[in-house]
Design a protein around this ligand. Structure first.
Ligand code: BES
Ligand code: MN
Ligand code: MN
Length: 447
């Protein structure tokens, strides 16, 4: 081990924790309808953080239809390789404040070694990890470093994918490090071998010109919500497996996910069955999953005795790595249209799509990352899939096809990313930062 780096990162932690708190205080939600100012401020704060970490040439770059991205570059010396570090500074909306203990999603608090706040893990911890690794590295490290921190990951599709495609030369690197995933379990060093893709759409059903009295007219006329529910009910078979023809599966051969651990991590209530078939890992990382993530219909409180003329649902499908999201979307659309009962009017509007990812695990950088993780955590490294999506990874691969891509970070299952009471374990952040510093320092030897 490089004892210096270990001690250096340890000494950096108070500063890095403070920097992370500063970032969490900025509610950088880049969704439509949320204030733009804190998003801009977060971009500026990230630029300052990277400049303070000694990265030269830090600048804000325009991204079509998205907040500005932060880019900085220290050129390689003596023929050393170049690494591109990626993370995102936008966050999910906080959701209902009451659901947060203390009620303050953007007022970070430290409790039992964890820092709580929206974005504390996803993905402001990833930004701090990069900055920390840069701070820890000695000046004589000849590895070239590029950093790209963007502000529109959570919003799904945006200009950032086009930005990457249009700036392939600027972003050119031997290795791309994405710190926007997490360990298999807290304290277990992990490399992510795959990401699922996604395809979402909105399905709207209409049956009547308008709402009418449900006693006077109910019976012969179909109400739109019942029709929509029947359509949704066809998306799974009785065992709960996806029932849409044309959705691909892939064999998952990474680390298994214990069923009891999965139930605990996901918070599945006692007695509630799990759905689908195959191992948990296979269902999560090698198979599609179909969920309804939103529905527009009258609220129960104040519901009138009236037939519902129109209802809408958002169907969100996670795809096995390797499936073309456009094909999947077509398959889902065709399924929904064919499932519409009673000749109701149905309209399917395509939504977010994103490609999955399958890592190349036999390259020198992957081996070096494994080694760095093992050193930093003092444990054997686990290789596993992630059920979530980072569509930009496929865009990186398309733009820079020869680069090796490393996915890691502090977003382990206890972080509750996207949920109330999101948090990051600060010791985990320290270990991840150390791993990244060791990795970059060791990159020269790996080539
Ligand atoms: N950091 C997550 C990806 C992730 C998910 C990592 C689960 C580890 C575990 C990322 O910010 C994210 O939320 N991605 C979106 C992508 C979507 C908007 C296209 C997702 O998976 O929903
Ligand atoms: Mn993220
Ligand atoms: Mn996210």
């Amino acid at each position: 081990m490089t004892p210096d780096l270990q001690a250096t990162v340890k000494d950096l932690m108070p500063r890095l924790t403070e920097e992370l708190k500063q970032l969490v205080r900025l509610p950088s939600v880049a969704f439509p309808g949320f204030p733009a100012a804190p998003v801009e401020q977060a971009g500026v704060a990230v630029a300052r953080l990277l400049a303070d970490a000694g990265l030269p040439d830090v600048r804000m770059m325009d991204v079509p239809g998205a907040p500005q991205a932060v880019f900085g570059h220290r050129p390689a010396r003596d023929g050393a390789p170049t690494v591109l570090l990626y993370a995102h500074y936008d966050v999910q909306p906080a959701g209902p404040e009451e659901a947060w203990e203390g009620g303050r999603p953007f007022d970070p608090v430290e409790r039992d070694g964890r820092l709580y706040g929206r974005g504390a893990a996803d993905d402001k911890s990833g930004i701090v990890m990069h900055a920390g690794a840069l701070l820890a590295l000695e000046d004589d490290c000849p590895v070239g470093v590029k950093v790209l921190i963007e502000g529109q990951e959570e919003a799904g599709e945006g200009g950032i994918e086009e930005f990457v495609a249009a700036n392939a030369e600027l972003l050119e690197a031997d290795v791309i490090v994405i710190s926007d995933v997490g360990n298999y379990a807290l304290g277990v060093p992990t490399l992510t071998t795959s990401l699922r893709g996604m395809a979402a759409c909105d399905v709207e059903v209409e049956t009547l010109e308008g709402a009418v009295h449900s006693g006077m007219f109910g019976g012969p006329a179909p109400d739109a919500l019942v029709a929509l529910c029947r359509i949704i009910a066809t998306l799974h078979d009785d065992a709960g497996s996806p029932a849409v023809a044309g959705l691909a599966t892939m064999e998952y051969d990474g680390a298994p996910y214990d069923e009891a651990a999965y139930r605990t991590d996901a918070g599945v209530l006692d007695g509630v069955s799990l759905i689908g078939k195959g191992s948990i890992g296979q269902r999560l990382y090698g198979a599609p999953s179909i969920n309804v993530i939103g529905i527009d219909a009258p609220r129960v409180d104040g519901a009138a005795n009236a037939l519902i003329p129109k209802a809408r649902a958002r169907v969100s499908v996670r795809l096995a790595p390797g499936q073309d999201p456009a094909d999947a979307l077509k398959a889902v659309q065709a399924h929904l249209e064919a499932a519409a009962p009673w000749n109701v009017m149905i309209k399917v509007t395509p939504g977010t799509t994103g490609e999955g990812f399958l890592a190349k695990t036999d390259g020198p950088a992957y081996a070096a990352a494994t080694q760095a993780l093992r050193q930093a955590f003092g444990k054997e490294v686990v290789h596993y899939g992630v059920g979530g999506s980072i569509p930009l990874v496929a865009a990186f691969l398309a733009a820079i096809p020869d680069a090796e891509i490393i996915l890691w970070g502090p977003e382990e299952p206890q972080c509750k990313i996207h949920a109330p009471n999101e948090s990051v374990d600060l010791a985990e952040l320290e270990r991840c930062t150390l791993a990244e510093a060791l990795f970059i320092a060791g990159l020269c030897d790996a080539r």
